[in-house]
Ligand binder design. Structure first.
Ligand code: NDP
Length: 294
């Protein structure tokens, strides 16, 4: 039987609407508007596109949205000063520094400077630590979005499910593993040194691929009925006269459709969830910082 196609685009649109409704209620009833500040250093084209989308969607959801564009020669000290200024700004509840930063700036130092209560990316070590010990805090947007999609398919209770996360990055793989563990799954984190990944994968009820290798996960790696979440975003080389380079995930989507129980497409799966969760995190940060109930 063909897999259920998990429509991340529609789910993300619904989430943005729910955030927008809560933002409107907050404004009307408490005169509080959640504020998101994004800092973009330099002119990396992909980062400019991401920041543009974040700004557009934040405004559409009724958030107070500010983008600080700083040139590529900005010093680390100047960036840290901007973060300190935003930490103290009562109109700002979420701060996101768009990564990657130019080489002369220490990313770790900048992340550490963000007030953990305003760290809507969830990358500050305080929030990383909270997630790892099961305390509430800011959860990184992409894994948070993946969890929402998994729960939409399997229901809230994931107890006892065997889950495999392929990839152990700090922004996707590791937080994803912690979230699945907190959801009572039995979690395996695989990486480039994992032995016989296909055999390991075949035992899994849930597979999250966050590798960055086009169409690596094949149909014969899957247990029939598995839920497959494809985080990968890989641009294939362009075909002259045909396309500018197709965007594909880490999963052989067409091949896996007949084996998986449910699967996210690329594009239109995990991607749209990331920004929707950023808006959700900004709302959460605002509620916590202002001591307001939703
Ligand atoms: P990283 O490059 O930081 O991490 C990749 C991980 O994959 C590493 O842990 C690496 O292992 C592992 N890996 C590499 N090759 C293999 C292999 N052959 N077998 C098993 N594991 C392997 O990537 P990210 O986590 O940042 O991103 C992963 C993908 O997700 C990318 O395509 C990225 O574009 C996409 N992405 C999408 C987002 C979205 O919003 N949809 C957001 C963030 C990322 P090791 O640690 O041993 O090197």
């Amino acid at each position: 039987m063909a897999a259920r196609i998990i429509d991340g685009k529609a789910f993300a649109a619904g989430l943005r609407t729910r955030v927008g409704d809560r933002v409107a209620a907050l404004k009307g009833e408490r005169d509080v508007t959640p504020g998101l500040a994004v800092i973009l250093v330099g002119a990396d084209p992909a980062s400019q596109v991401y920041v543009g989308s974040k700004e557009k969607m934040a405004v559409a959801a009724g958030l107070h949205s500010v983008v600080h564009r700083m040139d590529a020669e900005t010093t680390e000290a100047a960036l840290l000063a901007k973060v300190t200024e935003l930490n103290a700004d009562p109109a700002i509840h979420g701060i996101l520094v768009q990564l990657p930063l130019p080489r002369h700036i220490d990313e770790g130092k900048v992340i550490l400077a963000i007030d953990p209560a305003k760290d809507v990316d969830g990358f500050h070590p305080i929030n990383v630590g909270r997630l790892s010990i099961g305390q509430s805090g800011m959860v990184p947007c992409t894994p948070k979005g993946c969890m929402m999609l998994i729960r939409d398919v399997l229901g809230a209770d994931l107890s006892g499910k065997d889950a495999l996360v392929i990839g152990r990055s700090n922004i996707v793989g590791k937080p994803m593993g912690h979230l699945l563990l907190a959801g009572n799954c039995t979690v395996t984190l695989a990486h480039s040194r994992t032995r016989d990944l296909p055999a390991l994968c075949r035992r899994m009820d849930i597979v999250v691929a966050a590798v960055g290798r086009p169409e690596m996960v094949k149909a014969d790696w899957l247990k029939p009925g598995a839920v497959v979440i494809d985080v990968g975003m890989n641009r294939l080389p362009p075909t002259p006269g045909k396309d500018k380079g197709k965007l594909v995930g880490d999963v052989d989507y067409a091949g896996c459709l007949d084996v998986a129980g449910a699967i996210t497409p690329v594009p239109g799966g995990v991607g749209p969830m990331t920004i929707a969760c950023l808006l959700d995190n900004t709302l959460e940060a605002c509620l916590a910082l202002t001591g307001t109930e939703a």
